[in-house]
Design a binder for this molecule. Structure first.
Ligand code: GTP
Ligand code: MG
Length: 198
C-alpha cells in the first residue's frame, strides 16, 4: 500500500471525545519506550508526525492520525512505566482501557514488544486481558535492528514458547524496525487487506 497522506488529527484525554467518523482504526499499544510513535512515523514516512522521545512516558493521550484521508492509525500512551506516579499510571490505564474496550472503530490492536528482552509479565498479562475481553490483537516485535539475526530468531522462539504456555496458538506477529524500516510493507499490506475486506 502506498501512503499518500498522513496527517495528525486530534489528541484526546478520553475515548468518548475521539472523532466520530465510522472509519477503520488500527491502534498501537505497548510498554513505554517500546517504539509505538516511532513505528507510526516509519510507516507514514514522516519523521515527526508522532512525537517520540528517548525517555519513556512521552505519549500521554489518544492520538489520531488520518491516512490517505480514509483510515486511522492511533498512537496510545505506554503502559508499565514504573517511574510515573501511581495516579498517572492509573490515568493512562483507564484511558487505554476505555479506548480499547469501547471504541467501535477499532479494527485491530497491535501490541508492540521490544524483541531484545525476555518475555515480560506486564505484556503477558496485558495480552491475557485482551484475550479475556475478546479484543482482536496481533504482536509487533520492535527494535529488530538492535539484534543479530541469530539472536533475533532465538528471542522469537523464546517468546513463542512462552506464549504457548498461555495460548493455544501463537498470535499472528510482525517483526519491525523503525530504523531500517523492516516490516513496513508487510504491515501496510496487511492493513490494506483488512481495509478492503471489512
Ligand atoms: P511512549 O510514548 O513513551 O510510551 O514511547 P513509545 O513507545 O512511543 O516510544 P518512541 O517511539 O518514543 O521510542 C522510544 C525510543 O526508542 C526512541 O529513542 C526511539 O528512537 C527508539 N526506537 C523506537 N523504535 C526503534 C527501532 O526500531 N530501532 C531503534 N534502534 N530504536 C528505536
Ligand atoms: Mg509514544
Amino acid at each position: 500500500m502506498i501512503i499518500k497522506t498522513a496527517e495528525f488529527e486530534q489528541s484526546n484525554s478520553d475515548y468518548k471525545k475521539c472523532p466520530q467518523h465510522g472509519k477503520h482504526e488500527f491502534a498501537f499499544i505497548g510498554r513505554s519506550n517500546v517504539g509505538k510513535s516511532s513505528l507510526i512515523n516509519m510507516l507514514t514516512n514522516h519523521q515527526k508526525l508522532a512525537k517520540t522521545s528517548s525517555s519513556p512516558g512521552k505519549t500521554q493521550l489518544i492520538n489520531h492520525f488520518i491516512i490517505n484521508k480514509d483510515w486511522y492509525l492511533v498512537d496510545l500512551p505506554g503502559y508499565g512505566y514504573a517511574k510515573v506516579s501511581k495516579k498517572m499510571r492509573q490515568k493512562f490505564e483507564d484511558l487505554n482501557k476505555g479506548y480499547i474496550l469501547n471504541r467501535e472503530e477499532l479494527v485491530l490492536l497491535f501490541v508492540l514488544i521490544d524483541i531484545r528482552h525476555e518475555p515480560q509479565k506486564v505484556d503477558l498479562e496485558f495480552m491475557q486481558f485482551l484475550g479475556e475481553k475478546a479484543v482482536p490483537f496481533m504482536i509487533i516485535f520492535t527494535k529488530a535492528d538492535k539484534l543479530s539475526s541469530s539472536k533475533l530468531n532465538k528471542n522469537l522462539l523464546t517468546y513463542k514458547k512462552k506464549m504457548l504456555e498461555q495460548w493455544s496458538e501463537m498470535p499472528r506477529f510482525f517483526v519491525s524496525s523503525a530504523k531500517d524500516k523492516r516490516g513496513k510493507e508487510e504491515l501496510l499490506d496487511y492493513i490494506d487487506e483488512l481495509n478492503k475486506t471489512l
